[in-house]
Design a protein around this ligand. Structure first.
Ligand code: 5GP
Ligand code: ZN
Length: 119
């Protein structure tokens, strides 16, 4: 399948891994938007939030457990962090394999919603 994150899961494209188990992979974002910026992905190819099915919910729950663990390992549990899923064009989703951004290590500012380029 021609999917960037499936290739990262397969190892044909390298990544800087933070965590891996049977279902989930966590790696550093190539263009960090904060001092801590990792991507948490299911190994299963799910194109976006829109395609998450009932049978996927255990993996979604596990992603929350992994986010909690990775946040602790990266030292941002107490300082805080943000877990973000971008979905579809208005969500600015660019990679069509479900992923959650975990951002931290600095005050991130309030979510403003509409960016100036789209107003
Ligand atoms: P999206 O905009 O779809 O929510 O997020 C996709 C993220 O994937 C972006 O933050 C982007 O920097 C990251 N990304 C794109 N290509 C690569 C890559 O080859 N390796 C890694 N580690 N991250 C990537
Ligand atoms: Zn994929």
């Amino acid at each position: 399948m021609d999917c960037l994150f499936c290739k990262i899961v397969e190892g044909t494209i390298p990544s800087n891994k933070v965590f891996e188990n049977e279902n989930i992979l966590v790696f550093h974002d190539i263009t960090p938007a904060a001092p801590i910026h990792v991507l948490i992905i299911p190994k299963k190819h799910i194109p976006s939030m829109n395609e998450v099915s009932l049978e996927d919910l255990p993996i979604i729950a596990e992603i929350h457990q992994v986010a909690q663990q990775v946040a602790s390992e990266l030292g941002v549990s107490e300082s805080g962090y943000r877990l973000i899923n971008n979905c579809g064009p208005d969500g600015e989703q660019t990679v069509h394999h479900l992923h959650y951004h975990l951002l931290g290590g600095a005050r991130l500012g309030a979510l403003t919603g509409i960016s100036s380029s789209h107003q």
